[in-house]
Design a protein around this ligand. Structure first.
Ligand code: C2O
Ligand code: CU
Length: 460
């Protein structure tokens, strides 16, 4: 049996599965989310509580769970010392509700409120997080799961959102406040020194042998690419980034989850009564325990493979008549920018570095004045992304899901975030079905802060 080791702060106890709000909100109900500093015991006993920025007092914030087709109405109150916003990652929502300060709304100033109100067209696993100074605000804790339930939810014994994060803390168990250290900005991003699941270093969840679990894995980390595996659990990948696969895939390999990506698993507990099953993170030196599932007696009979989840509304792609554009990803350590445009002016790499800017898309650093492209409503868009950097990136499109276009013309599953390894060239396509201005950026938050973001416009 693979030993589970934990090299970080050792000896933590306690389980935390983020609490769910009552299942069905009345249509008129407006939830209130207060964003404010609060502390939480993350480190083991003997260490102080960690000062965080929380949603209604917890990190991650409460799991929002609503039925497909419902509306989410949320009044956000900012009690933080900085302007903020919330972004509803992966939801194909009304542009005005996308939560991007300076693009879809003014920032919510300290002491102010903003009400988000939008329809939930798609079932699946989504999440919410701050989209203001996110390299700091998401790290400090402003993140949570957003679950949109199928009308005919498939039967499982437990449905568990697992918000998987890493955090960089000091020896006093406080969030390290060097959020824009040039080395992090220009290399792999801010990596943490503690691994958390639902805010806990030692997440544990009792299960019975033979139980079928729905695990909703959400990578909320700033920059870490997780490589996850199961032990004592066998199952299927049901959905990526909220969107159901046409046919579930039996789990065999590691589950690679880039920042902001999600995966829905159905898995059956095969570990014997009295033992533990695990969700593990694989690092170069072995497997680390992320969630422990103590197993009690149940059934040893194996169940049939699950049928696929019901598809969400479809926006077909037409490759032959598509508008095409290239997106060249540039800069970072070992491929330093010589020069690029920033805030409308050409600047050299040294000048950009002094401004904390290290990455460019098509030779522009930071959000350009003009969009990468303007699409007519319903038009298919193909974006070929060329990673000319020495690092992986997690490219996220707001407002619409895309499919990867493989070299043989086959379309991959719908996603909202694509992991691009260094040197790779890959192409995505989507139907521009959702009008508005939508960001396309690297979800390694240090990279976005250091220039790696652009936007597309879909005409109404
Ligand atoms: Cu998860 Cu631009 O966001
Ligand atoms: Cu990146």
């Amino acid at each position: 049996m693979l030993s589970s080791r934990r090299r970080f702060l050792a000896g933590f106890a306690a389980l935390s599965v983020a609490p769910a709000l009552p299942h069905r909100a009345r249509a008129s109900q407006v939830r209130h989310l207060q964003l404010a500093p609060a502390s939480q015991q993350i480190a083991p006993e003997g260490y102080p509580e960690t000062n965080l920025w929380c949603v209604n007092g917890s990190m991650p914030g409460e799991t929002l769970r609503l039925p497909q087709g419902d509306r989410l109405r949320v009044e956000v109150e900012n009690q933080l010392p900085q302007p903020t916003s919330l972004h509803w990652h992966g939801i194909r929502l009304d542009n005005a509700m996308d939560g991007v300060p300076g693009v879809t709304q003014p920032p919510i100033q300290p002491g102010e409120r903003f009400t988000y109100d939008f329809a939930l067209p798609d079932a699946g696993t989504y999440w919410y997080h701050s989209h203001a100074q996110s390299v700091e605000q998401v790290e400090r804790g402003l993140q949570g799961a957003l679950i949109v339930a199928e009308t005919d939810a498939p039967d499982v014994d437990q449905d568990l959102p697992l918000v998987i994060d890493d955090m960089r803390v000091t020896a006093e168990a406080q969030v390290d406040d060097t959020f824009t250290a040039p080395h992090d900005l220009s290399h792999a991003g801010r990596l943490g020194n503690v691994l958390l699941v639902n805010g806990s270093l030692h997440a544990a969840q009792p299960v019975r042998r033979g139980d079928r679990l729905r695990l909703r894995l959400i990578n909320s980390a700033n920059a870490r690419i997780f490589a996850l595996g199961l032990q004592g659990l066998e199952g299927w990948i049901m959905a990526y980034d909220g969107m159901p696969l046409a046919s579930p895939r039996a789990l065999s390999d590691r589950i690679v989850l880039a920042p902001a990506q999600r995966v829905d698993l159905f898995c059956d507990v095969t570990a014997p009564d009295g033992e533990d099953a695990f969700l593990l993170q694989f690092e170069q030196d072995g497997g680390y325990e992320m969630v422990r599932f103590p197993v009690s007696s149940g059934s040893s009979a194996r169940r049939a493979a699950p049928p696929p989840l019901a598809p969400n509304p479809d926006f077909p792609i037409s490759l032959s008549s598509a508008r095409r554009v290239d997106l060249r990803m540039q800069g970072g350590a070992m491929a330093w920018l010589e020069s690029a445009d920033f805030e409308g002016e050409a600047r050299d790499g040294r000048d950009l570095a002094q401004r904390g800017q290290f990455w460019a898309l098509n030779s522009t650093v930071g959000r350009p004045i003009d969009p990468l492209l303007t699409a007519a409503l319903g038009e298919t868009v193909r974006i070929r992304m060329i990673n000319d950097t020495q690092f992986p990136h997690a490219m996220h499109l707001h407002g619409m899901h895309f499919s990867e276009v493989h070299s043989d013309g086959r379309l991959g599953p719908l996603r909202d975030t694509l992991l691009m390894l260094r040197g790779e060239t890959r192409e995505i396509a989507f139907q521009a079905h959702n009008p508005g201005d939508w960001l396309l950026h690297c979800h390694m938050l240090s990279h976005h802060a250091a220039g790696m973001g652009t936007w597309v416009r879909v005409l109404a």
